[in-house]
Ligand binder design. Sequence first.
Ligand SMILES: [Zn+2]
Length: 254
Amino acid sequence: MRLFLICCLLSISFSASASQIALIIDDMGNTKQDAQAFTLPANVTFAILPNKPLSKTFSNRAAAQQREVILHMPMESLAGNNQEKNVLLSTMAPNQIVQTLKTALSTVPHAVGVNNHMGSRLTQLTLPMSVTMEFLSERGLFFVDSRTTRYSKAEIIAKKNGVLSTKRNVFIDHTPSLEQIDKQFNRLLSLSKKFGYAVGIAHPYPQTLEYLKTHLVTLQQHGITLVKMSDVVSSSASYAYHPKDKPEPISPAL
Ligand SMILES: [Zn+2]
């Protein structure tokens, strides 16, 4: 009986300390003001837009902080408002997709993975996603599905191609009011407690950065650890082999 109690206590304390969150700041590199994000803890990952005047500078500066960098790859959206240059489009031939990815990646040095900027159209399509994932597999890069549509096939196709992958669970500041940011941040925490890990995406808005600076330091009190994106990607990939043991966190449709 005593042994049973000790085991229970151990497993409780283990699960309490085992909750993890990974946080990505998307759309980095658009403006100089985004540099405010460099004051966030180094475990916060930066998703840097390619082909921008600040892409390389930001990537190098993040790497110097031992911060993980991922390529924030522009992909075609359903709305068709693809303002970024060199967006991956559904009309592209496979070699154009590969070339566009190569060019983008060359402007974001140190990238260890990729997530999609927009992409509600492209991530639903098997051919461009297969070409993209083959490329990522060759380069040894992981993929985080931003889940800009509930119909995204990106994660399934990534896994088929042996690409380590996971998906975004919560957008922190889709509605950038402080009230919503707080609500979504707390949602991220409760998902991580429920499933062991959760992935949040935020943007370098001044109010978001301010909020995160104050609240990320309180994670320990909640028994949650802020980890690098690659930590979650490697462990969520192993969960995939035991889908019954570990229900997948649900993603809101956007
Ligand atoms: Zn974006």
